[in-house]
Design a protein around this ligand. Structure first.
Ligand code: MRU
Length: 353
């Protein structure tokens, strides 16, 4: 199993991230030390995946506090300077709600401590970020235990993008379900859709499953219909970046197509996501903001030569939304939700631990 790819190095006072841009070729580490490097790491996807983004955002709040302390010395007016930094952080990526969730969670801790000084707040936030990282892995293991019961011995599971250990603090959401099923003694094999244009499936999902000894085969995104028609897919399990109050789920571009194809072939399509990925402020998936990324990801997939003629525009929407009616169940750390999702989501989100 993958050792933590997110490490807080206390001696350097830096967050060390396994740089996912270079996997599977190189295992480089990227040091995050301030707001600018946090935002950069999120935007260029040194670190990506909704829960991992949430944890990184929590460390980012700490860096914002530390930087504000350096700038203002904690003198009058530091609150405004800190809030401005948090606003920049929260805007780093628009679709994964875990970013907002992480920042709001830490901001609420500030609200609960009126009169707290900046050095003390920085300490509170660093402790919380470190705990949030540990909790995320526990949450994924709980989710995995529920989700594993949906998989049968011998299942061939298709997944899209990377919703594994690399996309979280550890274990993973969709891949966590698979790891837990394997831990139960089931034989599970995985089809990882390559996931153009950033290739999270080919580069990251295949890398971590292979490293963990789970059989994985990579398929081009456009092979999905054929593989289903040939009877090679028993179930689909994917992660999510934001789930609206009605169960519509945003995930990596291409997921919606996979869900439609699963429906056409009578294959159950599951989403696995922690409660922090639900956005009750968003009544339906139509309101989920969809990130548009640089055309270069599409035109220059290896970073070097172009595969699209110069001057031709491209679409690079990073996410799409799968309507709730295509989802057979949503696996969370509190159980598996079934339709009607508006009721089951409201119930599970309101439930205390
Ligand atoms: O653009 P990315 O790589 O951050 O997108 C990631 C995904 O779409 C994942 O499937 C999602 O965040 C779930 S991660 C457990």
């Amino acid at each position: 199993m993958l050792n933590s790819h997110i490490r807080y190095d206390a001696s350097a006072d830096a967050l060390m991230l396994l740089d996912q841009r270079h996997l599977p070729v190189r295992e480089d580490w990227f040091a995050v030390t301030d707001l600018a490097t946090t935002v950069y790491a999120l935007q260029v996807m040194v670190i990506r995946g909704a829960p991992a983004i949430g944890v990184t955002a929590a460390y980012g709040c700490y860096f914002c506090a530390r930087e504000t302390l350096r700038e203002t010395g904690g003198a009058q007016g530091w609150e405004e300077a800190l809030k401005a930094r948090l606003s920049t952080l929260v805007e780093a990526r628009p679709t994964a709600v875990n970013l907002r969730w992480g920042v709001e969670h830490l901001a609420a801790m500030w609200d609960e401590r009126p009169g707290i000084g900046l050095p003390a707040l920085a300490t509170v936030w660093l402790d919380r970020a470190r705990n949030m990282q540990l909790e995320d892995e526990e949450i994924n293991k709980a989710m995995g235990a529920f989700g594993a019961n949906l998989l049968a011995d011998g299942d061939r599971v298709m997944t899209h993008c990377n919703a594994g250990a690399l996309a979280t603090a550890g274990w993973g959401t969709a891949l966590g379900v698979i790891y837990s099923a394997v831990e139960q003694g089931k034989t599970i094999s995985v089809i990882a859709n390559e996931t153009r244009p950033f290739l999270q499936g080919a580069r990251l999902t295949a890398w971590e499953l292979h490293k963990s000894g789970v059989p994985v085969t990579v398929a081009c995104d456009n092979a999905c219909a054929l593989l289903m028609k040939k009877g090679l897919v028993d179930k689909v399990v994917v992660g999510a970046d934001r789930i609206a109050a009605n169960g519509d789920a945003a995930n990596k571009i291409g997921t919606y197509g996979v869900a439609l194809l699963a429906k056409a072939h009578g294959i159950p399509f599951y989403v696995a996501a922690p409660v922090s990925t639900f956005d009750l402020r968003c009544p339906s998936g139509d309101l989920i903001p969809i990130e548009e990324r640089t055309p270069r990801e599409v035109t220059h997939p290896t970073g070097e030569s172009a595969i699209v003629p110069d001057g031709v525009p491209v679409y690079n929407y990073a996410f799409d939304v799968t309507p709730a009616e295509l989802i057979a169940g949503i696996v969370t750390e509190r159980g598996v939700l079934k339709a009607p999702y508006t009721e089951s989501i409201a119930r599970i989100v309101a439930r205390p631990y």
